[in-house]
Design a protein around this ligand. Structure first.
Ligand SMILES: Cc1ncc(COP(=O)(O)O)c(C=O)c1O
Ligand SMILES: N[C@@H](CCOP(=O)(O)O)C(=O)O
Length: 462
């Protein structure tokens, strides 16, 4: 299996190379040259299998020669061993034909653990074999950072630097990132918002002296391996509701478009998905773009679902690549226009996107009301991101096709919003009960590429 860039002008790579490099050298994102499909029978055969076995069958064709079957099976087993639920991604029924896919039973209580725990194992195995070291740099609005730190803390061949927007993550998220004491973990609180953090990470990838000098690697969802690992739970949940014999739809709380793009890949692999619904908070650029074709970031507004406070949505580039028929030059031109303020999606590409994607936006008040009402009706305590998803799904007027809404984080990561909506203070799991007593270690830094690169060079030279 080979990987190509969405902008068509970067070297073609193997799975291992694409995983270790993150962003392509032409600024694009890697995608498989072709998408393997599963037959009706292959999908039906997934029903009732353990999550790890489904993960193996879905991801194996994308991995190529990088790992043997035995090695890959062992990597998957280790990745999910620390999850706090036997099903890994259990489904809970909220209403007739509306289900919640709980993706928050991993070590850091967010869906990011599904990919990050796997990537941690994949990096470790690959770097052990090659004897190389890498410097991972990631941007986070709260959850990617804690998941990455958890997956890479203490690994000898890796230094991990996480940039988060100072003052714009929840206290639990911040403490998850600032309390690990391992010397290979470097948490940086940057001035600005998430888009600024992500822009500086991309700048570092586009500064080839720096990139090659520190052996830069990325674990944001610009990394194809992140997306791939998330494809699995679309299959596991859909087959448990009767796929491939019946269709399913998904509503996905969305920011960087990585999670919902994994659903798109599942659909292209043959999973009968009727609709993929993008659910946004007031940072609604994706909702506006799907409705009007206009993609024009206009500033990040802080919200009670801070992990979705994103306006430059990296993985939308991958969806556009397919909507433009794989035309890398067209994508490159759009991304140049984005640097100047925004772009208009062509009519043909809009039609292609609307064949799969639908969207909705939720206000702050409706997010709180959804937490309150869902708790009162079902006893399920939603985090504010999951509540955005549930509210958008409810507005779709769910019919005969089951709707699965992704619950992307545990309510205890956002106790203030959850308590104000429901009156209940969501407790952290016992293994995290002392999170607020642990010492914090964080470096404040400006939104300044030179200063960040200097800090990274100095830290890894120690
Ligand atoms: C809790 C939570 N929900 C939803 C999202 C949005 O996911 P994506 O960025 O893959 O669209 C994020 C961040 O990515 C998140 O942390
Ligand atoms: N919501 C994310 C933002 C980064 O997204 P990623 O999926 O591209 O890593 C976060 O919580 O950090």
């Amino acid at each position: 299996m080979k990987y190509i860039s969405t902008r068509g002008a970067a070297p073609i790579l193997s799975f291992e190379e694409a995983m270790l490099s993150g962003l392509a050298r032409d600024g694009g994102l890697y995608l498989p040259e072709s998408i393997p499909t599963l037959s009706h029978g292959d999908i039906a055969a997934l029903s009732g299998l353990p999550y790890e076995e489904i993960a193996f069958r879905i991801m194996r064709p994308f991995i190529g020669e990088t790992f043997t079957d035995d090695e890959f099976a062992e990597i998957i087993a280790k990745a999910y061993a620390g999850f706090g639920h036997d099903a890994r991604a259990p489904l809970v029924q909220l209403a007739e034909n509306h289900f919640l896919l709980e993706l928050f039973h991993g070590p850091t209580l967010a869906f990011k653990d599904f990919a990050m725990q796997l990537i941690g194992q994949l990096f470790e195995a690959s770097l052990k074999r090659s004897g190389n070291r890498v410097t991972i740099v990631g941007a986070t609005s709260g959850d990617t950072g804690s998941a990455a730190i958890e997956a890479f803390r203490g690994l000898e061949a890796v230094d991990v630097f996480i940039l988060y927007p100072h003052g714009r993550v929840s206290e639990v998220q911040r403490r998850q990132m600032t309390t690990p004491s391992e010397s290979n973990v470097h948490t940086l609180a940057m001035d600005g918002h998430f888009d600024d953090c992500q822009a500086r990470v991309k700048d570092m990838f586009n500064d080839f002296d720096f990139r090659d000098g520190v052996r830069l690697a990325g674990v944001n969802s610009i990394n194809w391996a992140r997306v791939l690992a998330q494809v699995v739970y679309y299959f596991s949940s859909a087959v448990s509701l009767g796929a491939p014999h019946r269709k399913v739809s998904f509503t996905v709380p969305t920011g960087n478009f990585g999670d919902i793009f994994a659903g798109y890949i599942a659909k292209r692999m043959g999973l009968p998905i009727e609709q993929l619904v993008v659910a946004t908070n007031q940072n609604d650029i994706l909702h506006r773009c799907l409705a009007t074709g206009d993609y024009r970031p206009d500033g990040v507004i802080p919200s009670i679902s801070p992990s979705m406070d994103i306006q430059v949505s990296s993985n939308f580039e991958r969806a556009l690549f397919y909507a433009y028929g794989g035309d890398g030059a067209a994508i490159s031109a759009l991304m140049d226009e984005l640097k100047e303020g925004g772009f208009k999606v062509s009519q043909g590409a809009r039609e292609a996107l609307s064949e799969t994607f639908n969207s909705g936006r939720v206000s702050e008040e409706d997010t709180l009301a959804t937490i309150r009402n869902t708790f009162a009706r079902t006893g399920e305590l939603l985090c504010p991101h999951s509540a955005v998803g549930v509210q958008v799904a409810n507005a779709q007027r769910i019919g005969h096709t089951p709707m699965i809404t992704l619950a992307t984080a545990h309510p205890a990561k956002f106790p203030d919003a959850v308590k104000s909506a429901s009156g209940v203070h969501p407790a952290l799991p016992p293994r995290m009960a002392d999170l607020f007593d642990r010492d914090e270690r964080v470096t404040r830094i400006g939104n300044d590429l030179g200063a960040i690169e200097t800090l990274i060079r100095e830290r890894i030279a120690l």
